[in-house]
Design a protein around this ligand. Sequence first.
Ligand SMILES: C[S@@+](CC[C@H](N)C(=O)[O-])C[C@H]1O[C@@H](n2cnc3c(N)ncnc32)[C@H](O)[C@@H]1O
Length: 375
Amino acid sequence: MADDALDGLLAEQIAYYRARAGEYDATYPVDAAARAQLLTALEAHAPFGRTLELACGTGQWTGELARHASALTAVDAAPEALAICRRRPGTDRVDFVEADLFEWRPPERYDFVFFSGWLSHVPPQRFDAFWALVADCLAPGGRVFVIDELPAVADVERAAPGEPAPSVRREVSGGQAFRAVKVLYAPDELRAHLAALDWQADVATVGWRFFFATLRRADGSLAVRLRPVEDGDLDAFFEHQADPVAAAMAVMPVRERDQFDAHWAKIRADDDVIQRTILAGGVVAGGISSWHDGERRLVGYQLGREQWGRGVATRALQQFVDEVPERPLYAHVATSNAGSIRVLQKCGFRRDLAEEAQAPEPEDGVEELIFVLAE
Ligand SMILES: C[S@@+](CC[C@H](N)C(=O)[O-])C[C@H]1O[C@@H](n2cnc3c(N)ncnc32)[C@H](O)[C@@H]1O
């Protein structure tokens, strides 16, 4: 229900920008002095290389980006705004994509990602997922440049109370009114939110109204996120479990394809099983699941070998145990699997010696340790 209300609000936000497209440039709030400062800051980051602009709109910044980029992709949900952007000088080589940014996935990686006037339209409920998308868009060492408005703008907006996300009421000429999400961050607050998501952000203000932020991944590591399993993930999962080195490490049997498909058909039909695909840098890195064995809820994961030793399993398990509320959670791990033992420990799991003492002799002869996450 809450999701439906939010989806409705986000659809209205797109409708607003579609209706406003023709008058957008005449009502753009960035004055010449602010624009000059923002442009200087932006140009300090050139050359941009392969560049992505999110929510490009009518192209207030697209021409500038196109001048510096080796290639530019510009995404927006409003076809009317994109049509105006296409007509701007210097945008003839831009690859325009009409898409909803809450659904769009990047087909490639970019050296530079830019968005202006967009972050404040991302509802708090979608903030983490949006930044995971940005991370997925970035090539290693890539940088992000953000322009948006400061909290003082609330004084010149008309708040729309009672919406599923902080919102304002806007009108287009002719009087049609729309709701749009508007979340205004103070620089410190934004820095702190982004630091929690492993982004290092420098934020500077321009006048009373604007800020710009330059960002890069804090640790230079791959962004890891989880999402529900999709049919297309199974080929990668099959390869991961069929890898003899991985199977030996986890001391797990390798399934033939028909057995594997039957196993997955069974667990995907079982409502008790919680499964997620692990994405590392936007690529299917493995799977993580939780299921009941009698009274106990267990967790387990499998990663492609190319992802080992990069902190992917630890970050995936941390996110997964945040998502699965039930406690205690148990994990069985072969005594010889030192990597997974470390991952469990880093995520707060501890050996459960009492459980181990009660465990029956292993039928397959594989010595296992039992770990538990109590709370
Ligand atoms: C404030 S405008 C910013 C446009 C441009 N970046 C600028 O600085 O002028 C916000 C833009 O977000 C786009 N937009 C709104 N919702 C969107 C969505 N779900 N997916 C993609 N674009 C969206 C609108 O069409 C609009 O062009």
